[in-house]
Design a protein around this ligand. Structure first.
Ligand SMILES: Nc1nc2c(c(=O)[nH]1)N[C@H]1C(S)=C(S)[C@@H](COP(=O)(O)O)O[C@H]1N2
Ligand SMILES: [Mo]
Length: 324
């Protein structure tokens, strides 16, 4: 996310001093020892080209969904090489380069808090919670670009119904894996305090239960690539992309509105709701238009990212300028 970057975060906070040199020069001049010591410290392959797209396991029996858009889909290459995933690096190409660090087996997802049936699920059981569907959704990043992505997943409501929330469950908080080895961007030595790890996000219960809200485990017929948030990530298509938290290990049902990573970092710029809203600018840039990745001309951003007919009623009576 183009948050305090490149202007406000000094590059010294995100780049170790030895990497100020341009990359090629650095490769030439650095001794093998310096390089491997640096790589061990960083845990990152900073100099590798983006890997070739490789085939991941196909997901069987995926049915089409009537919630899908018919717009042209972005290519697999765009979707897997232009990413925001700060745990794997802050530049758009970093997550693809560093995806190999994020191994996704074994993996469990703990369901905690205000539920009658708390449970820790193995990822392979999560995959079988409900029939898998293809959901072709627009994703609108707060940085004013967008993509159309054929996700594979199932409604989050299927998981919620399994664990039976109590009457006190008003919100859900989601938590990403905390593991600086598998998520080298969490090593403060490399990136400083870009975000407080682990990344956290939240939804109000009615947003979480909405049929458009899905847990995604794949895209383009295949298992989710690590850079897109494997093995399981949230997708909430009417909100800015940062709400769609990746690589989830914990789902916590709570009574009070939970903390979220970007509003913890800069509360004046990122609120809890974060609905796509062309009428409310980000304090530092307009949200009126967006650039679809792969296109040249900008297009108008639609209220609720075009999903207003389905979701506007959730926010009736709320001042969406104050509750941004
Ligand atoms: N854990 C985690 N989840 C995250 C992010 C992140 O940095 N860490 N970035 C968010 C942002 S800003 C966007 S736009 C989307 C991008 O998803 P994609 O790379 O699959 O398109 O992931 C969101 N989920
Ligand atoms: Mo984003």
């Amino acid at each position: 996310m183009l948050i305090k970057k490149p202007n406000d975060i000094k590059s010294s906070e995100i780049t170790p001093p030895e990497l100020y040199l341009n990359r090629r020069q650095f490769i030439k001049s650095a001794s093998a020892t310096t390089l491997s010591a640096g790589a061990a410290l960083a845990g990152f392959d900073l100099f590798q080209p983006a890997p070739q797209a490789y085939a991941l396991a196909k997901l069987p029996d995926v049915k089409k969904s009537s919630y899908s858009t018919t717009e042209k889909q972005n290519s697999l290459k765009d979707i897997t090489s232009y990413n925001n995933f700060y745990e794997l690096g802050v530049d758009k190409g970093d997550p693809a380069r560093n995806a190999k660090y994020l191994t996704t087996r074994p993996w469990t997802v703990a369901i905690e808090g205000e539920v009658k049936k708390p449970k820790t699920y193995d990822i392979d059981d999560i995959m079988k919670l409900a029939p898998l569907e293809e959901r072709i959704y627009r994703l609108r990043c707060v940085e004013a670009w967008s993509m159309v992505i054929p996700w594979i997943g199932f409604p989050l409501s299927a998981l919620i119904n399994q664990v039976e929330p109590t009457g006190n469950a008003k919100f859900i908080q989601f938590v990403t894996l905390l593991d600086p080895k598998r998520m080298p961007g969490q090593q403060r030595s490399l990136f400083g305090n870009v975000l407080d790890w682990p990344y956290v996000e939240g939804l109000r219960m009615d947003e979480a239960m909405h049929p458009l809200t899905i847990l995604s485990v794949g895209l383009y017929s295949e298992v989710l690539p690590s850079q897109n948030g494997a093995p399981v990530r949230l997708v909430v298509p009417w909100k800015y992309g940062f709400k769609s938290i990746k690589s989830i290990v914990k789902v916590r049902f709570v009574e009070k509105q939970p903390a979220t990573a970007w509003s913890l970092q800069t509360p004046s710029e990122y609120g809890f709701y974060s609905n796509v809203n062309p009428e409310v600018d980000h304090p530092r840039w307009s949200q009126a238009t967006e650039r679809r990745i792969g296109e040249f001309l900008r297009r108008k951003t639609l209220m609720f990212n075009g999903y207003g007919d389905q979701v506007a009623s959730l926010y009736k009576g709320m001042d969406l300028r104050k509750l941004y």
